[in-house]
Design a protein around this ligand. Structure first.
Ligand SMILES: [Zn+2]
Ligand SMILES: [Zn+2]
Length: 402
C-alpha cells in the first residue's frame, strides 16, 4: 500500500522510499481481521458497535482502561492524544475517563498472547449492573519481534500496542521519539474502535484512501517533510470526520451492550458474549446465564484452556435441558449472521452428538451446518455422525473447540 516516490533517482528520495517502506512494514498491517466482515456498505446495525462509543445513549459514559507491562509503559503524550481523540468524537455527557491499572509484572505474562493478557488483566471495567458505561481496553506490552498495533475484530473495544514496534519504527526515522510514532498509531487504532473507514466510499473498507488521514493504511512522512518538521498524520480527514458524525447520529442496535467488560448481543433465544480472543454462545434467556460466566468471570474462565489457543469458541447451555429441546435456540444460533457465532454453535451441536445419538430436530441442524457458507462451520458439521436415533438427555454443560 505504500506509494513509492515517482522517481527514486537521488539519495534523498531513495532514503525517503526506505523510510516509507519501513513505516509501511510497521503500520500497514495494524489491523487484523476485516476479511471476515461483510461488505461495509451493507453493514447491518449489529455490526456497528461503534455507535455505543459515539452516541450518548444507551451509554452516556466511557471508561478507557489502560494496562501495561512493566517493560512497556505508554507515554503521557500518546495517552493525551488518545483522550483528546475520544473526547472530540464521543458524545458522553457523564464523562470519558482513562483509568490506569498497576503495571503488570513482565514475567507473569511471558509467552501469553496479548489477547490472553487482556483476559487476565481487564479489571477496571464498569460494574456488570451498569449498562450505561461503554468500555475500551488498551494494552501496552513488549514482544521480542515487534508486532503491529491492532484492534480485536470480534471484540469492538480493545487496542493492542507493542512497545517494541513503536521503538523500532521511531529508531528508523531521524529525529523521531517513540511518542511521535506511538500517538498517531494509537489514534489510528482508536479510529477503528469508532468504526472508521468501514465505509468503502473513500477507502477499501478498512482504511481511508487519503494519504494525510490518520486512517490511511500506511502512516508516512517524507524526508522532505521531516526537514520541515512534519510529523505522521494524527487526525482523521474531513470525510472520516463526516463518517463519525453520521455514525454518532445513528441509534445503536438495542441488542448490543456491555456487561462489565463483556460485549453482548442479545437475541430472543440466545446471547453472544465476547471478550478479546473469546466468543461464547449462551442458549436460552440471558437472565439464566449463571454468575460464573457473567462479566469478568467469563474472562477468568479462559484460564482453564491452553494459553496458546488463538481463539476460544465457547458455549453455555441450560444443563438440565434435554438435548433435543435445545434445537430451537441452537437452530437460531446456527443461522446467526456472524460465522464466529455459528462456529461456537456447531461445536455445541458436535458435543451433543458425542454424548449420544442426535434426535431428528438436532440432526436437521447438522444438515443445516453442513451447508454453511463458512468452511470452519462445515468442517465441524462433517465430524458429526449422521443419526436418526431418539434424542438423548443432557450431556456436559459447557465446552470449547479442541
Ligand atoms: Zn488500521
Ligand atoms: Zn480519512
Amino acid at each position: 500500500m505504500s506509494p513509492a516516490p515517482a522517481a527514486a533517482r537521488t539519495r534523498a528520495v531513495a532514503l525517503a522510499l526506505a523510510l516509507a517502506l519501513a513505516l509501511a512494514a510497521a503500520a500497514a498491517a495494524g489491523c487484523r481481521g476485516p476479511q471476515s466482515a461483510p461488505p461495509s456498505d451493507k453493514l447491518p446495525s449489529w455490526e456497528r458497535p461503534d455507535a455505543l462509543f459515539l452516541a450518548p445513549e444507551p451509554c452516556d459514559a466511557l471508561v478507557i482502561e489502560v494496562d501495561s507491562t512493566v517493560d512497556a509503559p505508554p507515554s503521557d503524550a500518546a495517552l493525551d492524544a488518545l483522550r483528546s481523540f475520544f473526547a472530540a468524537y464521543c458524545e458522553k455527557p457523564a464523562g470519558i475517563s482513562i483509568v490506569r491499572d498497576e503495571s503488570i509484572p513482565a514475567e507473569s505474562v511471558r509467552g501469553l498472547t496479548p489477547e490472553r493478557i487482556a483476559l487476565r488483566h481487564m479489571s477496571l471495567a464498569p460494574d456488570p449492573r451498569d449498562r450505561a458505561t461503554a468500555y475500551v481496553y488498551v494494552l501496552y506490552y513488549r514482544s521480542d519481534d515487534g508486532r503491529n498495533p491492532h484492534v480485536n475484530w470480534h471484540y469492538p473495544g480493545a487496542i493492542f500496542a507493542d512497545i517494541t514496534y513503536f521503538r523500532r519504527v521511531a529508531s528508523e526515522i531521524p529525529g523521531f521519539a517513540v511518542e511521535d510514532v506511538e500517538a498517531p498509531l494509537l489514534v489510528h487504532e482508536a479510529g477503528h474502535v469508532l468504526g472508521l473507514t468501514r465505509d468503502e466510499s473513500h477507502g477499501d473498507g478498512s482504511h481511508c484512501s487519503n494519504r494525510r488521514c490518520v486512517m490511511y493504511a500506511v502512516l508516512e512522512v517524507s524526508l522532505e517533510g521531516l526537514s520541515r518538521g512534519e510529523r505522521l498524520p494524527e487526525a482523521p480527514c474531513d470525510r472520516c470526520r463526516a463518517d463519525i458524525a453520521a455514525a454518532r447520529s445513528r441509534r445503536p442496535d438495542a441488542r448490543l451492550g456491555f456487561v462489565g467488560p463483556v460485549f453482548v448481543r442479545r437475541e430472543p433465544r440466545y446471547t453472544l458474549l465476547r471478550l478479546p480472543g473469546l466468543l461464547m454462545v449462551a442458549l436460552g434467556d440471558e437472565a439464566a446465564i449463571p454468575a460464573e460466566i457473567r462479566g469478568r468471570a467469563l474472562a477468568a474462565r479462559a484460564e482453564i484452556y491452553p494459553a496458546e489457543a488463538q481463539y476460544l469458541y465457547l458455549y453455555w447451555r441450560p444443563p438440565e435441558a434435554a438435548a433435543e429441546s435445545l434445537a430451537g435456540p441452537l437452530g437460531d444460533a446456527l443461522r446467526d449472521p456472524d460465522a464466529a457465532a455459528r462456529h461456537a454453535a456447531a461445536i455445541l451441536l458436535r458435543d451433543l452428538a458425542s454424548a449420544g445419538p442426535l434426535g431428528p430436530r438436532l440432526d436437521a441442524l447438522r444438515r443445516l451446518a453442513l451447508d454453511d457458507v463458512d468452511p470452519g462451520v462445515r468442517s465441524i458439521a462433517e465430524s458429526i455422525p449422521e443419526s436418526a436415533a431418539p434424542p438423548d438427555t443432557a450431556g456436559g454443560a459447557t465446552g470449547r473447540s479442541p
